[in-house]
Design a protein around this ligand. Structure first.
Ligand code: ZN
Ligand code: ZN
Length: 408
């Protein structure tokens, strides 16, 4: 084999290949693809064929590719059509080629020494990619394309794999009774049944849906995932500067948005229930960061005692708790979702704001993951120390608000 295309060696090899397999110029040239620059495989094939007197007539029906290498423009147009409603900067092309053709390619490659060959798949991907870069003025990205388009060359079908869009923000939940994420009906698991009035859901609304609705509309996305930095219970409000989250929009078409407009639209749609701020574009890595982040939290806790609460006694309890580490055995209300174990949690601050009869309000700053309801009630001794025991009056949390998530 020589690196000069029409060397005696190469011409002889081309002759041998053609004597056994009637293939087109593009397919012949592909077996010499790494010889010479800036010429097409079709051209390589035609040069070799010119040097073969007996075989100078080009093949009409190629034994190998069945004509798909002549259809690069056709596949390019198919992809352009499939992409026409999508916003993207970078892309990558893939081809699905009939197994029969791939087998034939392997057969030829196994029969001759062909160190300069490239695969038909490689050629199609590259050539279609080049044409698309020109026509669409976008670039190929092998690592992280916005859209991957795979054309099935047997059936003329284009399959698109679209990179999710991520939006970071903080949310405030202004009312009680809304879960953070969508809860599917336990009976029908989302399909809709009599029990859930055919909504498929346990709750009509969630923070997730109230935020995602406008984003799905704007991006023409088909699905989403909500990734919160922890979560508050359904009956707990999220106030202050809000809780960090990343919303992932899947299978979307439109990616360019003014975050200030989006903020306004979401806040109008979710008015009185949920409010978002600090919206910006994000990525999959931030999902991991936000989900694993552990931040101190400040709570406002309204507690209800079985009888009148003595303010001095409560203040003393608050002083005892401040700076201490409590032990919490997994509460029964979450035992289904969490492993049973003892968690040690630091209480950084505990202050009494007001006492009125059997109702008192406290502000508590604690480590991420502290069960505040159990810190108040004691949860049958599963949390120790606890407020009920310290003031010798059984108490429960009447209202709980997260006032601040620190550190983000
Ligand atoms: Zn061919
Ligand atoms: Zn149901």
């Amino acid at each position: 084999m020589s690196e000069e295309l029409h060397s005696l060696e190469n011409v002889d090899l081309a002759d041998k290949i053609l004597s056994k397999y009637p293939i087109c110029n593009a397919c012949l040239g592909r077996f010499f693809a790494k010889i010479g620059h800036d010429i097409s495989n079709n051209y390589r094939g035609s040069v070799l064929r010119q040097h073969l007197k007996n075989r100078s007539k080009s093949i009409e029906k190629c034994w190998l590719c069945e004509g798909i290498t002549d259809k690069i423009d056709h596949f390019t147009n198919l992809i352009i059509d499939a992409l026409k409603n999508y916003e993207f900067e970078t892309f990558l092309i893939g081809c699905k080629i009939d197994d029969e053709i791939l087998k034939k390619e392997q057969e030829i490659q196994a029969s001759f020494p062909l160190p300069f060959a490239e695969s038909i798949k490689n050629e199609l991907n590259r050539e279609i990619g080049k044409k698309l870069e020109e026509k669409l003025r976008k670039t190929v990205d092998f690592e992280n394309p916005t859209i991957m388009a795979v054309v099935d060359t047997s059936y003329d079908v284009v399959d698109l794999q679209i990179k999710s869009l991520y939006v970071y923000g903080r949310y405030r939940k202004l009312v009680r009774g809304i879960p953070q994420t969508k809860w599917f009906c336990r009976i029908c698991r989302g399909k809709g049944c009599r029990r859930c009035s055919y909504t498929g859901k346990l709750y009509d609304e969630s923070v997730e849906e109230l935020i995602a609705e406008k984003l799905l509309q704007k991006t023409k996305g088909t699905d989403e995932s909500f990734h919160g930095c922890g979560r508050e219970d359904i009956d707990v409000r999220m106030l202050g500067t809000g809780r960090p989250f990343v919303l992932e929009i899947k299978d979307l078409k439109i990616r360019k948005m003014e975050m200030s407009d989006l903020t306004k639209e979401i806040n109008k749609y979710a008015k009185g229930k949920v409010e978002v701020s600090n919206l910006r574009y994000s990525d999959g890595e931030e999902v991991v960061r936000v989900k694993n982040a552990e931040f101190r939290k400040i709570y406002r806790v309204k507690i209800l005692g079985e009888k009148s609460i003595n303010i001095e006694k409560l203040k003393k309890a608050a002083r005892t708790l401040q700076g201490t580490t409590i032990s919490q055995y997994t509460p029964s209300r979450v035992a289904r979702r969490r492993a049973n174990m003892i968690r040690e949690k630091k209480i950084y601050a505990c202050n009494v704001d007001s006492v009125d009869g059997n109702i008192a309000t406290l502000t508590i700053e604690s480590e991420s993951g502290t069960y505040i309801k159990e810190l108040v009630s004691g949860d049958n001794g599963n949390t120790y120390p606890n407020i009920s025991e310290l003031i010798s009056i059984p108490c429960i949390v009447k209202e709980l608000d997260v006032m601040e998530i620190k550190g983000e």
